[in-house]
Design a protein around this ligand. Sequence first.
Ligand SMILES: [Zn+2]
Length: 314
Amino acid sequence: MPADAHGGNARQRVRTRRIGRATRRVSSAVLPLKLWQPRWFDGVALVVGSTAPDLAYVLDGSGLPVWPFSHQVLGLVGWCLPLTLVLGWLIRRAAPALAVHLPQAGPFALRDYGALGGVRHRWPLTVVSAPLGAASHLLLDQLELRVPWTEYAMHVVGAVVLLVLAIRIGRRRLIRRWHGAPPPRSRRPGLFWGVAGAVALPLIAVTPFLPGASLYHTTGARLLCAVGAGLLIASGAVTAASRRRRLVLAGSSRRSATVAPHPCSTQRGCRRRAALSVAASDLPTDSGWGSSQCTHLPQTDRYAEWLGIKEVLR
Ligand SMILES: [Zn+2]
């Protein structure tokens, strides 16, 4: 299976082996655009787009017609654009919770990247940046195919350029200058790294047994995705836990206010009883409100407002 994982001939396999190495180098090829004109480009879309063609390798052996489509001009719109939009959205959603669990890492200023969560570029900017990043990938792949000796040189140069640009962005605190400070997020390292490990480690463990595992770029792309999935889901878990905690705290602070017993507690026949009963069951027993109490107006409205459940009663 590995030999024919892409469903192509030997020439295609050689081609695939070569162009599979482009990912790290390509990101460094598009980052200068963002540094040159920060307002003209969506940096996340540029970087994700530049890796999107090679992410098709994750599906090697699945029979899905993603390769060589992902490396064709039509694939820029049919594969790279939608994939980049989805991944970019996920990355932005995860960025604040993810960044706060990373080390600052000195000149890299990794925690600044949490600010990406609050960025909303105009959609034309994103829709242009994504295929642009992917097109830079295809261009470098073509150069590599036509001039094979450039492969290793570009690999080394790309890695060095990426490192230099990342340090430049970090040292100058460019993420903060472009997008402001990261939104505050509470750290929950136990939950974050626990979920990240629980998701990523099993995926990594099965990687050697998947179709095409002997192709190093296929396995490389899968490992990258396994780690990425772990980090994204861990960020989601921390965000959800923090939100739930905030709601509980907000609820308990509201409930701690003095609540007078409902004056119409013996009245019957209120048509809103059922709706309010549901809400009342959420109250502490010493609040003076019980599920059998009347939901008579106008007390009901005040009560509902206090609970923040007006929409339930409508
Ligand atoms: Zn490629």
